[in-house]
Design a protein around this ligand. Sequence first.
Ligand SMILES: Cc1ncc(COP(=O)(O)O)c(C=O)c1O
Length: 391
Amino acid sequence: MTEIPTLDPPRRVLMGPGPSGADPSVLAAMGLPILGHLDPEFMRIMDECQRMMRQIFRTGNEVTLATPGTGTSGMEAAVMNLLQPGDRAVIGICGYFGDRIAQMASRTGAEVAIVTAPWGSPIAPEDVERELRAAPTKLVAVVHAETSTGVRQPVEPISKLCKEHGALLLLDCVTSLGGVPVEIDAWGVDAAYSGTQKCLSAPPGASPVTLSPAAWSAVQAREAPSNSWYLDLNLLEAYWDSRRAYHHTSPISMTYALHRALALVLEEGLEARWERHERNGRALQAGLEAMGLVLHADAEHRLPVLTTVRIPEGVDDGAVRGALLQQSGIEVGGGIGDLRGRVWRVGLMGESSTPGNVLYFLTSLGRLLREQGVAADLGAALDVAATRLDA
Ligand SMILES: Cc1ncc(COP(=O)(O)O)c(C=O)c1O
């Protein structure tokens, strides 16, 4: 007889670039009875998700929905629907995910102009302006929270330039939404998408998307439909709005999880949640520096939800991350792209952003570094972090 596999995932402390931990009530929501995707009760749940997504994006945008799939589905929906051959797009690349947007934009047949910054700094508005002056541009896209570098992109200066030059602004909010301030309407952002598994703290599998009236008009004005049928926003909107036209079988249990996770964000309150992420993130960063480590991202643009810390000279990246996982059950991320092998990426997102996790991680890392011969000052790290957490 062949053995039947059992499903028994260990419990981890998820402190990487995502997924983050989820509240038990979010996981429990996925076990609720399955409804049909056109059941009136499910329609009510979708409407409530839509209302909560608007509140969390801080927008009045009518077109606000969740695409089925991870954050990349929201990215692809936005890019594939907003661009077509003959358009010009300016894409900011200062990390791995800006590059992904640019790759997608190139596949639409649009002309793509790239603006870059070092991995550890945000895109400079002057560089975007130079490209906007060079030729009429339909879309500018930047990543708000670059998960590969731990950098927060200031949005308003770029939004202002977009308005002056008649371009739409697309913002990747995968790692920022629910963790750091996102103000879609106040900042004048035309299109944005996020993911469920970062600061919203649900499992991966849906992507909140929102489009301003101007972005929606641009989608309507396309000469040909989007090259993606599954992520055609016209078809998706016809399911999410009052027409309720079947397009795909909605991931029902994932939508329940999203509903519960959004409700938890609103129960905590956006400002209180931002404050929690800020306090825990700054305590972690102060602790790492007190330990003697060097943070990678520019100090003034450092995200609290994702910290990149340089791997000390001579330390075995894989051995440290492996030991963190096996001995302490802690997951952190390694570097990707230009930062491969150079940094660790430590996330404090959603449910994972707790004082306990900050102190536990510092303790575990400090001990491992000492084992590797690094003079890590664990006492100072814990002292500084605890003081920050108490403040
Ligand atoms: C900034 C950013 N954009 C896009 C994505 C893609 O999201 P997903 O992996 O959920 O498809 C990620 C994932 O880490 C991300 O961090």
